[in-house]
Ligand binder design. Structure first.
Ligand code: AKG
Ligand code: FE2
Length: 354
């Protein structure tokens, strides 16, 4: 198997529109899903103005003064939505050098006593005061990316030979979006150079990433099966798509979530990952039982040491529902929110390393 990829395939989604080219596209997609876990999509049909509007929002949003940002701080949201400052997250034990605004599909908070705690991950966004234009553009973008992620899921189902209604039945009504700013790092300081440390995406099923800076700004890298870090350069008018942990689990590891990281550099960088959501009450056993007959029983894919050691409760089967695993990840990355809003389960999720 040629899994020691040196670059990431580009999948042209317009090939799906003609019966003559669709089979070839599905074959390419199948290969990318199984052997790489990372790909670009081009001709994705997300309107160009929706993307450029969102890019325009980024410098404005991050230039808001700290007081304005703090009004929408993530540490005040039981839904883990809002602004987090540089250094407030750690990955693989090292502080990440990035600030971010986290938004999601706009939903009311319908959690009440007696419902699973992970239901509280759903709730309203915190929108910066006096910036209706930012809200409009972010909401438009979420709407378009939701559509793209559904179009893509249809193709994935076809490429893997899985009935699409099965994959759609696992989806959540909440998808999450992060607007991320990596400030330039000054090599003369003690910076670790870690924009975000090595990880497999834990927020959902598929990630659709907009690298929102010009092509000379680098930083994103994926780990191949040899353990080499491969650059994922900016390619204009594409999204980078990668597999999240839940998809690795439901496909029995046939499609592996590929480990990736971002290095900070001498140029600031903006990026926008959209995480297609999985419903919280999906159990690992239900997903595995549903899909077992559609997937090969022998899985020969190789995993690197770094990849195999990524902390993931769902991959390891520690908690059976996706919602619990997701809540655990959120609480561990934002412990202040965990202590404040999830005191009853805080200890359980932060002290469960065996
Ligand atoms: O900023 C990027 O390019 C990637 C970010 C990322 O991997 C993440 O937030 O999960
Ligand atoms: Fe990621």
């Amino acid at each position: 198997m040629s899994s020691n990829f040196q670059s990431i395939p580009i999948i042209d989604l317009s090939l799906a529109n003609s019966p003559a080219t669709r089979p070839g596209l599905l074959q390419q997609l199948h290969q990318a899903l199984i052997q790489v876990g990372f790909l670009y999509v081009s001709n994705h049909e997300v309107p160009q103005n929706v993307v450029s509007d969102l890019k325009g929002v980024l410098p404005r949003l991050f230039n808001l003064d700290l007081e304005h940002k703090e009004e929408v701080a993530l540490h005040n949201s039981p839904h883990f939505l809002g602004y987090s400052q540089i250094g407030s997250e750690t990955t693989a034990g090292v502080q990440d050098q990035r600030e971010q605004f986290e938004f999601a599909t706009e939903l009311p908070n319908t959690w009440s006593e007696g419902k699973p705690r992970y239901e509280l991950l759903k709730g309203p966004n915190q929108w910066p005061r006096g910036e209706p234009d930012i809200r409009l553009k972010v909401e438009n973008y979420i709407k378009e990316l939701t559509k793209l992620s559904e179009r893509f899921l249809l193709l994935v189902a076809e490429a893997l030979g899985i009935p699409d209604e099965l994959l759609f039945s696992f989806l959540s009504d909440q998808h999450r979006l992060k607007l991320v700013h990596y400030p330039s790092s000054d090599p003369s300081t003690a910076s670790t150079g870690q924009g975000v440390g090595p990880h497999k995406d834990s927020s959902g099923w598929w990630t659709f990433l907009l690298q929102a800076s010009p092509p000379n700004v680098q930083g994103l890298q994926a780990l191949n099966k040899n353990g080499d870090w491969i650059d994922i350069p900016v390619i204009q008018d594409t999204f980078v798509v990668n597999i999240g942990q839940a998809f690795e689990v439901v496909t029995h590891g046939v499609c592996k979530a590929t480990t990736h990281r971002v290095l900070s550099g001498s140029l600031e960088r903006f990026s926008v990952p959209f995480f297609q959501g999985v419903r919280g009450n999906l159990t690992k056993s239900e997903a595995l039982a549903t899909l077992r007959s559609y997937l090969p029983t022998e899985i020969s894919s190789v995993e690197t040491d770094i990849g195999a050691n990524i902390d993931s409760a769902f991959l390891r089967g520690r908690y059976d529902t996706w919602g619990e695993s997701q809540l655990r990840t959120k609480i561990r990355s934002h412990r202040d929110v965990g202590q404040r809003f999830y005191g009853d389960v805080f200890k359980k999720y932060t002290e469960d390393d065996s």
